[in-house]
Design a protein around this ligand. Structure first.
Ligand code: UDP
Length: 236
């Protein structure tokens, strides 16, 4: 497998073509952004940690029969994945109140939700990723509603797998965001990354934050928080 030209550069990753048309290389950068790119910094080694954590999580999902774009980890910063068309609807699953849910509905941070909540957001930087329901998705022609139903079901399955995985490592999965893609042969798969950039993760005892909120709200060293998380996940 040979890495070829750059296809796309996002805020945290670069996508490269390969000599096989159905596969791409994802390169994890150290760039860290929050608030739609308003806050931006380079955090040394972040890309290495996020590739390690994402790869570990995608391996776990694969074992549990959840379809993903992941093929294998290639190097410290590179992952091989199937090429997909990203569906512009982000799926967020919440187990506890935090972030925009707290801001929007006034429920205090850390409140346990009676059951997991699934929300959908339009992936649109200019409009700051607005919350959308099925009717918006249909009217704005963002995605096929049958696909969105499958995405929500898969997201709840991912939640069950990851909740237990993190709980066994003394970490609470507060919430997370998933992106989905379609392969050229029409398969719907979990895509992008699953890392502390896209999940809220708290120490089960102290409730210390081990995710991007450390960067968003200047709560200390992001590098230290991510390193601690990776260590716990590797120790199992
Ligand atoms: N999230 C993400 N990318 C986004 C928006 C949210 O990865 O563009 C993640 C975020 O890290 C958190 C979850 O999705 O784990 C829910 O985020 P929320 O809606 O609370 O938004 P925020 O408060 O981060 O703006």
């Amino acid at each position: 497998m040979e890495k070829r030209e750059k296809l796309y550069e996002g805020k945290a990753k670069i996508v490269y073509a390969t000599d096989e048309p159905d596969k791409v290389v994802l390169y994890f950068k150290d760039d860290t952004t929050a608030f739609d790119g308003l806050k931006k910094e380079q955090i040394l080694g972040k890309g290495v940690i996020n590739n390690a954590i994402s790869s570990m999580i995608f391996e776990l999902l694969k074992k549990r029969g959840i379809p993903t774009h992941y093929i294998k980890k290639l190097s410290d910063r590179e992952m091989l994945a199937y090429k997909v068309d990203i569906i512009p609807v982000e799926v967020v699953v919440r187990n506890y109140a935090a972030g925009s849910f707290t801001r929007r509905y006034g429920v205090p941070e850390g409140t346990r939700l009676e059951r997991p909540l699934v929300e959908t957001f339009w992936k649109n930087d200019e409009l700051h990723d607005p919350l959308v329901c099925a009717e918006h998705i249909e009217l704005l022609k963002l995605a096929d509603l049958k696909d969105v139903e499958k995405m929500k079901e898969l997201a709840l399955k991912v939640n069950e797998v990851l909740k237990d995985f993190f709980a066994a490592r003394n970490v609470i999965l507060v919430d997370f965001k998933l992106e989905f893609g379609k392969t050229p042969d029409g398969r719907l798969v979990v895509a992008d990354e699953i890392s502390p950039d896209s999940c809220r993760l708290w120490d089960a005892e102290t409730k210390k934050k081990l995710d991007k909120d450390v960067f968003r709200y200047d709560l200390g060293s992001l590098e230290e928080a991510y390193k601690e998380l990776l260590k716990r996940l590797e120790e199992g």
